[in-house]
Write a protein that binds this ligand. Structure first.
Ligand SMILES: Cc1cc2nc3c(=O)[nH]c(=O)nc-3n(C[C@H](O)[C@H](O)[C@H](O)COP(=O)(O)OP(=O)(O)OC[C@H]3O[C@@H](n4cnc5c(N)ncnc54)[C@H](O)[C@@H]3O)c2cc1C
Length: 333
């Protein structure tokens, strides 16, 4: 069986390796026009925290994706490979001066090992009039390390990689099935108008003294990683601008410095912009496409928005289940 995967971000690579593990001897080739530093995945801070608006086709499936994802990350976290894979445990606070519901997360409160209300003392940890807060422990996956680590696993299992822009699935008719993990690229590849970019900008700063993450109101977040601390952010709907915007940068710095003043002395290492591939619902489903009289089996796995690092493993497992159904011959699709 020959399978082509379009996309080499966190979703494509995780799906590829799950498929290799599940279907022994399968011949997998990844096609992508961008890799590693040039993907959206590379920009992400990588905190395991799905937004409460993240949605699969049903509540039940969405929850399963989240639980499966947590278990996937946690399994790697407790191995000696975890630093190389960029995976670690991390704790921190989410504060709001406006709304209690912003500090809660119905998806993960019963999944992560600890999720509780912040105490009065903790509400005074950071400057600001914080009325509500939660403290929780979760997982961080830094794609700067995870993408090379998972690529190594993939090639060790016999996977191939081609740098190529795919303009139509008809270019891949030599394969028995295509898995589409092209993120925002699906807008053109599938003519899918439901997928929209949500632009994000972050600063990566050198602040090794910070070990705790902090979220404040209005998309303010401070997330320590392995080498740098990510300061964010913004969410600009339907913006395709990949340039660093100096006004966004100033606003991020002002908000983050007022939340954690010690960051004022942190050196700025780099600034990054990424376009979150937002779709409601995230599309993980089978499709049979007819091209020049030939039927092509496709399994889609795209549209993870701002939560693709968090949820890539869960949707990957689900996509692999659909691939197995499609290839078994019992499925019309
Ligand atoms: C500022 C910012 C912060 C974030 N923080 C977090 C976070 O803390 N936690 C979290 O879970 N998520 C976070 N995210 C979201 C996360 O980055 C995305 O959800 C995730 O990277 C999507 O992964 P992907 O593999 O679908 O897409 P991508 O990483 O964009 O990969 C898409 C791949 O498809 C390829 N491709 C597309 N079209 C074609 C084509 N036509 N032909 C060939 N190849 C094609 C591309 O080259 C690329 O290899 C953040 C995003 C941003 C921008």
């Amino acid at each position: 069986m020959k399978v082509a995967i379009v996309g080499a971000g966190v979703v494509g690579l995780t799906t590829a390796v799950e498929l290799q593990k599940e279907v022994k001897g399968i011949d997998v080739t990844i096609f992508a026009d961008k890799f590693y530093k040039d993907t959206t995945s590379y920009v992400a801070a990588g905190l395991f925290r799905p937004g409460t608006s993240f949605a699969g086709p049903t509540q039940e499936i969405t929850k399963k994706w989240i639980v499966d994802s947590y278990n996937y990350w946690d399994k790697i976290r407790v191995t000696p490979e975890s630093p190389k894979a960029g995976i670690t445990e991390i704790s921190g606070y989410i504060f709001s001066s406006e709304h209690k519901h912003l500090t809660r997360n119905h998806y993960i409160e019963d999944v992560v090992p600890l999720y509780r209300s912040a105490t009065e003392d903790e509400l005074n940890l950071c400057p600001g009039n914080w009325k509500y807060g939660s403290f929780f422990r979760t997982i961080l996956t830094e794609c700067t390390r995870y993408l090379p680590w998972i690529t190594e696993k993939y090639t060790a299992l016999g996977g191939r990689i081609h740098q190529k822009s795919i303009n139509s699935f008809s270019e891949l008719t030599d394969f028995d099935l295509i898995i589409n993990c092209s993120g925002l690229g699906s807008k053109l590849l599938c003519k899918d108008h439901k997928i929209v970019p949500i632009r994000g900008q972050v600063l990566k700063v050198n602040a090794p003294w910070l070990k705790t993450f902090f979220y404040g109101d209005f998309d303010t977040y401070i997330i320590p990683g392995f080498e740098t601390v990510t300061l964010g952010g913004c969410r600009q709907y339907d913006s395709y601008d990949l340039n660093v915007n100096k006004f966004d940068s100033m606003a991020i710095q002002e908000r983050c410095y007022s939340l954690v003043p010690s960051l004022k002395k942190a050196e700025i290492v780099t600034e990054k912009v990424g376009l979150r591939p937002h779709r409601d619902p995230v599309r993980v489903e089978k499709e049979l496409i007819e091209v020049n009289g030939k039927r092509i089996k496709v399994v889609h796995n795209y549209g993870h928005g701002g939560y693709g690092v968090t949820t890539a493993p869960g949707t990957a497992l689900y996509a692999v289940k659909l691939v197995k159904e499609s290839l078994s011959g019992n499925s019309k699709l």
